[in-house]
Ligand binder design. Sequence first.
Ligand code: G3P
Ligand code: MG
Length: 251
Amino acid sequence: MIEIPHIIAHRGASIEAPENTIAAFRVAGARQAKWIECDVTLSADDKCVLIHDDTLERTTNGTGLIHKQPLSALRELDAGAWFSDIYKGERIPTLSDTLETLFFMDMGANLEIKPSGCDPVRLCQEVAKELGRAKKIPILLSSFDDIAVAEIRRLLPDMPCGWLLETLPDDWRKEYATLGASAIHIDHKALDRDMAAEIVAANVPLVCYTINAPDRAHELFGWGVTSVITDDPARMIAAIPHHPNPKGHKV
Ligand code: G3P
Ligand code: MG
């Protein structure tokens, strides 16, 4: 079992540094975040890379679809200058670089499997290979893609995998059990006190994204939420250094 920290840095400390870069993960660690959340997808040559969008325009100086370009081309791109000059030269990280960095920082990760147009099964296979090769750190996988969640359960039955949702389906218990997921990760805007109570009463760890206001995080923790994913770990950890109800949030 692994302990899920009450605060997870969304795409790294993405309010202070360019999202899904090693710089953002290092800043998250410097702000005392124990875990980062990051998004993994595949290059054209099936290498695991970290980036949120399907396309390169928003967070790099490249253009077009990520899964149409080989790793060598993706690694040439600047993934930091769009955010600020001080991050000029930051690269799109590989999953393997990220896991190595987190290991040396004594950090863990919520690794979101994001097919972004690539084959979800292939992506899971490559992620499983990378995780098998890497030094061991606490990892909670997750995905919006049901095929990916099911494939991860098959390939890595001992590794926890959260079911990522924008809204909670009425029959969530049945789908959750069918998928064999280990936690529910949901947009906090779609959650109310009653839904949270149902999930918590079923002993399902509940992770919410993306919360930057400490007052809202306090409210969610009061509802029994396990963990909040935030762009601003410095602010959140300063306001809420410990889970107000540390009952042992494990997966
Ligand atoms: O994993 C939580 C959150 O990151 C899901 O949404 O779009 O930020 O990947 P997104
Ligand atoms: Mg994500």
